[in-house]
Design a protein. Structure first.
Length: 462
């Protein structure tokens, strides 16, 4: 099999060790922008709307609910701290796509993909308007995104507007690995994930939402009634925004699996090093491999570099110990230095992992339960920074029993196929991961397993 650029041009072991030495095993974003602590739920309460989950999905749901009806009482129940899970561990790419890319949308909903693209761009514009209207300090920059080809066979995948040759791509961001690229100038914004979670919570509370922390929900009962360890809330409606964690609804227990994604954050890059790379447009960048990397600059010129490894642990559980995986961090450091040899000697300050709520269709799905009193939104598969706001609006439409342009979508009305139970899930997911890696080593050619999954509309995304 062919080798990849990262195997042909590996970083020196000493350079990898230097980069990782002294880095903290902790998400940079929440370390950089901690929010205020809030008390846990105790005693008996009532609320017109109870939102379970204090990440982007739950916070957007609370804000939009109050904007629709300021008189409605809304309570958010968070099991740990606001934004501590996926919302504080992502790369900060706020994308317009609701379907994990145009290709996935075309394959699944060809008759409405243009409408989905329009609604996705509208959603991104509305997020930008919300940031401005509430004066949200989130390091928002509408930079666009750059997809880069790093192997010769990937050049054939570049098509449509914004295609660049190697010279033009390297003029934007100077990496010797780039053979070509495609610039999408307006469909992606860069944001500070920790600040976004903190500011969404601030806005929600200023609108009258009550947020409690350290209050994991242990039961969802008819009524509906939501129970935590030390309290109970009798609700008019319930919105479940639990993302990767085990669903409170049995019907959704096999609908997602937790896949661990890894990332590094460097120290602020010195001006002379950054000048060697260019990157004046500060676009979010991703390469076009099946096992891809994503990377971007922060407001203080740190480099976030993540992706490639996508690790599923047998049993489908979310565990803190899964964050500590030295092999993944060493691989990321090596790949970072292959991408930007100009940064040899730069150190990482933070390394971390987060669990992605992966669905078999690569994007979110919705539904209701308990006679329409409960709605859920999950399965964002790593694309939730922007799409969670759209998903929040869908949940509120469903809880209100309204027919809208969102609820009429086949994407909203259809459910994906579930993952199989263990041990079949582990066998299938790991076989698919192996096949994706093999395709990257065979000029993108997909084996029988991947072609079969493609035909069934199933898959597993790195």
């Amino acid at each position: 099999m062919a080798t990849t650029v990262f195997e042909r041009q590996p970083a020196a072991a000493s350079s990898i060790a230097t980069m990782l030495e002294g880095s903290r095993l902790d998400p940079f974003w929440t370390d950089d922008a901690p929010g205020p602590a809030r008390p846990a739920l105790a005693g008996s309460h009532r609320a017109d709307l109870v939102v379970v989950g204090g990440g982007y999905s739950g916070l957007w749901t609370a804000i939009l609910a109050k904007e629709r009806d300021p008189g409605r009482s809304v309570m958010v129940l968070e099991g740990r701290r606001v934004g501590w899970a996926a919302s504080g561990r992502n790369g900060g790419f706020c994308e317009a796509s609701l379907t994990h890319g145009r290709e996935n949308g075309e394959a699944r909903w060809p008759d409405e993909v243009d409408e989905l693209d329009r609604l996705g761009m509208q959603n991104l514009d509305e997020i930008q308007d919300t940031v401005a209207r509430y004066g949200m300090d989130v390091d928002w920059q509408r930079t666009g995104a750059l997809a880069v080809a790093i192997e010769p066979h990937q050049l054939a995948w570049l098509e449509g507007d914004g295609v660049l040759d190697a010279e033009a791509t390297r003029a934007l961001v100077n990496s010797p690995t780039y053979l070509g690229g495609q610039l999408s100038p307006d469909d992606t914004a860069m944001v500070h994930p920790g600040k976004l979670a903190r500011e969404l919570a601030r806005v929600a509370e200023e609108l009258g939402v009550e947020i409690v922390e350290q209050s994991p929900v242990v039961a969802l009962e008819d009524g509906p009634v939501v129970r935590t360890r030390d309290g109970v809330v009798r609700a008019g409606k319930v919105a479940l925004a639990t993302n990767v964690f085990p669903s409170l609804l049995r019907r959704n227990r096999l609908m997602t699996v937790p896949v661990y994604d890894y990332a590094l954050m460097t120290e602020p890059l010195p001006a002379d090093r950054l000048a060697e790379i260019g990157w004046e447009g500060r676009q979010g960048v991703a390469d076009m491999a099946n096992q891809f990397h994503y990377y971007r600059l922060t407001a203080d010129d740190r480099l976030l570099f993540g992706g490639y490894d996508a690790i599923y642990h047998a049993g489908g559980r979310v565990r803190a110990r899964y964050q500590d995986r030295p092999a993944s961090y060493e691989r990321l450091a090596s790949h970072l230095l292959t991408t930007f040899p100009q940064l040899d000697g730069i150190r990482a300050t933070h390394r971390w992992a987060g669990a992605i709520d992966t669905s078999t269709r690569f994007c979110a799905f919705w539904g209701t339960a308990r006679g329409g009193d409960v709605a859920y939104s999950l399965g964002f598969t790593g694309l939730g920074v922007g799409a969670t706001r759209f998903g929040a609006n869908v949940m509120l439409d469903l809880l209100a029993g309204e027919e809208t342009e969102r609820t009429r979508l086949a994407m909203v009305r259809e459910r994906p196929l579930p993952f199989p139970p263990e041990p079949v899930a582990s066998l299938g997911i790991n076989a698919t991961r192996w096949s994706l890696d093999r395709a990257d080593h065979r000029e993108g050619r997909r084996n029988l397993l991947l072609r079969g999954l493609d035909a069934l509309g199933l898959g597993f995304d790195s």
